[in-house]
Write a protein that binds this ligand. Sequence first.
Ligand SMILES: Cc1cc2nc3c(=O)[nH]c(=O)nc-3n(C[C@H](O)[C@H](O)[C@H](O)COP(=O)(O)O)c2cc1C
Length: 203
Amino acid sequence: MAHKAYDKISGTLAIVSTAHEGKLSGCIINSVLLAAGGKLAISVSKDNFTCGEIEKSGLFTVALLTQEVQGQVIADFGFKSSAQLNKFASWAYVKDKKGVPCLTQDVAARFACRVTDKVDLNSHILFIGTAYEVEARSESPVLTTEYYKTAKEGQVPAAAPSHVTGEPGWRCSVCGYILESDEIPDDFKCPICGRGPNMLVKR
Ligand SMILES: Cc1cc2nc3c(=O)[nH]c(=O)nc-3n(C[C@H](O)[C@H](O)[C@H](O)COP(=O)(O)O)c2cc1C
């Protein structure tokens, strides 16, 4: 099933942060890619306050989290909005030379980047940045999406690109019958209304 395939893509959980006109913002992401030497790519939902702030500042810092990170850090940065609160007020942090904040605890590595490219993906913006400050901060293992979901039993909200909406399978648009399979058999005939595969719609 398609959603199970997406589940196999496991990134490292990070806090992406920025600062614009003195306002600090940041959110959890699991979409960090080392795109080329010194270049990182991140995918940030347009619904996230941090996305608009990165667009305005042209700066973002990626702080890779370790497995020891407190659940409350994920709760604050992954499920609340910087529009309403300064998430950094509750946690120890440092600012880099451009004023972008980064937590000091449970961060394996920090990459402060200047936005050099961006791709509009409709729901998300793929920011590509070139690092101007890089720091390894801890030898502790990083927190992967897989570890977060299994060992920590964590949830991934809809804003994450790894979150795939919709139930797997198909629904018969005539009678509502559910076909719980990604593949439609060539000889499909609805067991309730008898219609063919052309009446099926993706759930
Ligand atoms: C495990 C996890 C992974 C996430 N991954 C992403 C991601 O890759 N991209 C994204 O835009 N949001 C992601 N999110 C959701 C944001 O962290 C969340 O929407 C946050 O509240 C946005 O905060 P903001 O409005 O202050 O920017 C993730 C959240 C969690 C808990």
